[in-house]
Design a protein. Structure first.
Lengths: 114, 114
């Protein structure tokens, strides 16, 4: 059974701090790893990673995948109160039984204080 | 471009009743996936539909069912509700024509079973 474990489960920082969120996974026939941000209700897409060692970057957020060690990290620099949210890591397996199916971790609750 | 729309936003039911939730995907998206989110289990995959056919199914009892219409709108039904069915039900859409497409989520339906 596919498994995703995120750490830490919660994190409290102050504006301007840099945070690193971790995601380790076990999946049969890996296809991709995705990061989502969930504020209130709807998870919003951040990154999709399929190749090892390639960094994806969007503004203050960046993510990298290590397919050998089976983990990914999400970095947020110069945090702002608007970054407060639950960050979800998910993996997708390859194969016909994986349509629409992502396996999610428990999420990391990030709280950024002014 | 309108996002994924779910109705209703909130629902309160009693044990034994049944409920139908609705999801309208992003225009042009033909795949709709459903997820259940609870504090204890996180986000769990229910099923996925593409062109009115169920292509994938998670590990939920038969009380959970769904369907998709020719306009790609989808409904999810839960019969004989149990207290443990209280959760946020999220749907997500994608073009669905190939694997590895990112999912776009709606804001969910918050179901409370009393």
């Amino acid at each position: 059974e596919d498994k995703v474990v995120q750490s830490p489960l919660s994190l409290v920082v102050h504006e301007g701090d840099t945070v690193t969120l971790n995601c380790s996974y076990e999946v049969t026939n890996f296809r991709s790893l995705l990061w989502y941000k969930q504020e209130k209700k709807a998870p919003t897409f951040l990154f999709m990673l399929t190749s090892s060692g390639i960094e994806k970057k969007s503004g203050r957020l960046s993510s990298i995948l290590d397919k050998k060690e089976l983990f990914s990290i999400l970095n947020i620099t110069a945090t702002q109160t608007g970054d407060s949210a639950v960050y979800l890591c998910a993996v997708e397996a390859a194969g016909g039984t994986s349509y629409g199916k992502l396996t999610f971790g428990q999420g990391t609750i990030l709280t950024v204080h002014p | 471009k309108a996002g994924v729309t779910q109705t209703p936003r909130y629902l309160i039911k009693t044990r034994g009743q049944q409920v139908t939730l609705s999801c309208s995907p992003i225009s042009g998206h033909r795949s709709v996936s459903w997820y259940q989110q609870t504090p204890g289990q996180g986000l769990q995959f229910l099923f996925e539909y593409f062109s009115e056919t169920q292509r994938n199914k998670g590990n939920f009892p038969g009380r959970f069912s769904g369907r998709q219409f020719s306009n790609s709108r989808s409904e999810m039904n839960v019969s004989t509700l149990e207290l443990g069915d209280s959760a946020l039900y999220l749907c997500a859409s994608s073009r669905g024509s190939m694997m590895g497409e990112k999912l776009f989520f709606g804001s969910g339906t918050q179901l409370s079973v009393l």
